[in-house]
Design a protein around this ligand. Structure first.
Ligand code: FMN
Length: 164
């Protein structure tokens, strides 16, 4: 059985709910980054989630604990990211924090999986988008909460395919 870990940062609970749903699909408990240790960043598949706050910033607990990711040895490890944001209210920085997590994980040697198409979203700019693709799963409980569960379901299936 592959060792899967889901680590999230959440201020008002939206990312926490998504993390719980994702973790349940892998039969594990999600870990709040506020309580995370270096050991938690060691997994066959590491799934990292953050909402975006300020203007394009990491969620507060992630901002405090980002050193754990910056120092993790992710060489050859599978990493997937997800983000919660508001594509209408913060159209220029939609899910930027997910992009920050992806960039940091890649700088540590991670093999990033779980990219998704940015088509059909209403944002105008995001550091989480490259060549029309989000670096992970972009969720928006402010405007499209009805899509969250199906987006998570499809994404989890894609991730599971990587585990063989
Ligand atoms: C003050 C404030 C700033 C925000 N800044 C952004 C932002 O820059 N980009 C974005 O996509 N969402 C932004 N959001 C929306 C939140 O990311 C969104 O509400 C998210 O679902 C919160 O998730 P959480 O409860 O897990 O922290 C902001 C929300 C607030 C209240």
């Amino acid at each position: 059985m592959a060792n899967v870990k889901v680590i999230f940062g959440s201020t008002t609970g939206a990312t926490e709910s998504a993390a719980a749903e994702i973790a349940a699909a892998f039969g594990v408990q999600a870990i709040n980054v506020a309580n995370a240790t270096a050991d938690d960043f060691n997994a066959d598949l590491l799934i990292l989630g953050s909402s975006t706050w300020g203007l394009g910033e990491l969620q507060d607990d992630w901002a405090v604990k980002i050193g754990l990711l910056e120092n993790a040895d992710l060489n050859g490890k599978l990493v997937a990211v997800f983000g919660l944001g508001d594509q209408s209210g913060f159209a220029d920085t939609y899910c930027d924090a997910m992009g920050i997590l992806a960039r940091t994980a890649k700088s540590r040697g991670a093999n990033l999986i779980g990219q998704t198409s940015a088509e059909g979203y209403g944002h105008s700019s995001s550091v989480a988008v490259e060549d029309g693709m989000f670096c992970g799963l972009a969720l928006d409980d402010n405007n499209e909460s009805e899509k969250t569960s199906s987006r998570i379901g499809a994404w989890v299936e894609k991730l599971k395919a990587h585990l063989g």
